[in-house]
Design a protein around this ligand. Structure first.
Ligand code: 1CP
Length: 353
């Protein structure tokens, strides 16, 4: 680590990304990319083809550890994100989960009349993921911060209710209005299953966790307070009671004008900002000193060249006075050229001062 804040402690060299989550202001922002372990990498596609399916890969801990480490070897990011999926939580809650080739995840949907007591939790479905964490931890460069993750309750519920991804999350939004008690019971069960899962990841070796709320943007304000802010706050409180020193990054994609309410209301330690948010505005409205993560447009990275440099300069200028982890505003897309990722890293790291 370089820069004025490099010597934060007298012990071993602090990890750049973890230090920023705890408030450091290094000259060069640490960097990782959401979905960095995945389909834009030929070595991922090769292993995925060999294992036959996505869940097979997740449940083969040695292979999942290898996939976690692939982008580290190639690019030298400051963070490693565990290779798993947010839908492992509903699976451990007892919902059937499978992946349709060429389409995506499918779950047996929770309908208006579905009796929730038919869901029988089986948390042994988390064990292979914890084993992946242990294997990655043993192999990871000590300068790299290891990130665990889970989906946020609202985003998880959208998949559990619809049984698959959807454009407007209509099935879950309808149930939330029509059957708020039932929907609340689903959210409560997700909160509990998520805290178990994140504690397990932490105890196996991750050093910070991210809550992905990919569909936070689809809710009206009162619903946002009820189904995004409150459940995330409960997760943060429960985690902090057990693991007070583990930073929590909240990523409320699409929160827009509700970003500051989310940050303050949930009590997360850092907030992920998506690419539609003006970083100068985010810097003005977020609490002073709160670490941010983001927010390069994944499509700019596909274009590469000047488009990326201009956006990087703008983001870095906006967040110059606060702890900042450089990242995309959402996951890296499968058609992203690898040399554009390399160029991004060089550009961010060269433009230190
Ligand atoms: O090989 C394949 O075909 C599988 C593609 C894939 C991958 C690589 C899926 C299926 N999940 C993952 C890994 C994954 N997913 C990670 C770990 C690695 C990393 O970040 O590098 C993480 C953090 C996720 C998170 C995830 N899964 C989210 C939240 C983040 C986001 O991008 O919004 C969501 C919404 C999912 C659900 C999911 N899993 C997979 C797909 C194709 C989807 C989207 C389904 C849909 O909405 O229709």
């Amino acid at each position: 680590m370089t820069g004025p804040d490099a010597g934060l402690s007298n012990g071993p060299m602090p990890k750049p990304l973890l230090s920023v989550l705890k408030g450091a202001l290094p000259a060069v922002p640490p960097m990782w990319l959401m979905r960095q372990a995945g389909r834009y990498l030929p070595e991922y596609r090769a292993l995925r083809a060999e294992k036959g399916g996505f869940l097979e890969l997740v449940y083969d801990s040695a292979a999942a550890a290898e996939v976690t480490l692939q982008p580290l070897r190639r690019f030298g990011f400051d963070g490693a994100i565990l290779f798993s999926d947010i839908l492992i939580v509903p699976y451990a809650m007892g919902q059937d989960l499978w992946f349709e080739a060429g389409e995506g995840p499918r779950l047996a949907p929770i309908l208006a009349e579905t009796d929730l007591s038919t869901l029988k939790p089986d948390f042994s479905r988390y064990e292979a993921v914890y084993e992946t964490v242990r294997q990655v931890k043993a192999a990871l460069d000590p300068q790299v911060t290891f990130l665990g993750f889970a989906g946020s309750p609202w985003t998880i519920a959208t998949y559990m209710v619809a049984g698959q991804g959807s454009k407007d999350q209509g099935a879950a939004r309808r149930m939330a209005y029509r059957q708020p008690d039932k929907f609340g019971a689903i959210i409560d069960a997700i909160i509990d299953a998520t805290v178990v899962y994140l504690c397990g990841q932490i105890e196996a070796g991750v050093e910070a966790v991210q809550l992905f709320d990919s569909w936070a943007g689809s809710l009206a304000p009162l619903e946002f307070e009820r189904w995004v802010i409150r459940p995330n706050r409960r997760i943060v409180e429960k985690l902090k009671a057990i693991h007070p020193d583990i930073p929590v990054i909240g990523f409320p994609k699409g929160a827009g004008a509700k970003l500051a309410d989310y940050a303050v209301g949930t009590g997360v330690d850092a907030v992920g900002v998506d690419e539609t948010v003006d970083p100068h505005w985010a810097n003005r409205v977020l609490p002073q000193g709160l670490p941010v993560q983001g927010n390069l447009d994944p499509l700019a990275l596909i274009a590469g060249g000047r488009a990326v440099e201009e956006a990087v300069d703008n983001i870095r200028a906006a967040f110059a006075g606060r702890p900042h982890i450089f990242n995309l505003g959402h996951g890296i897309l499968p058609d992203t050229p690898i040399d554009h990722v390399e160029a991004l890293l060089s550009y961010v790291r060269a433009a230190g001062d």
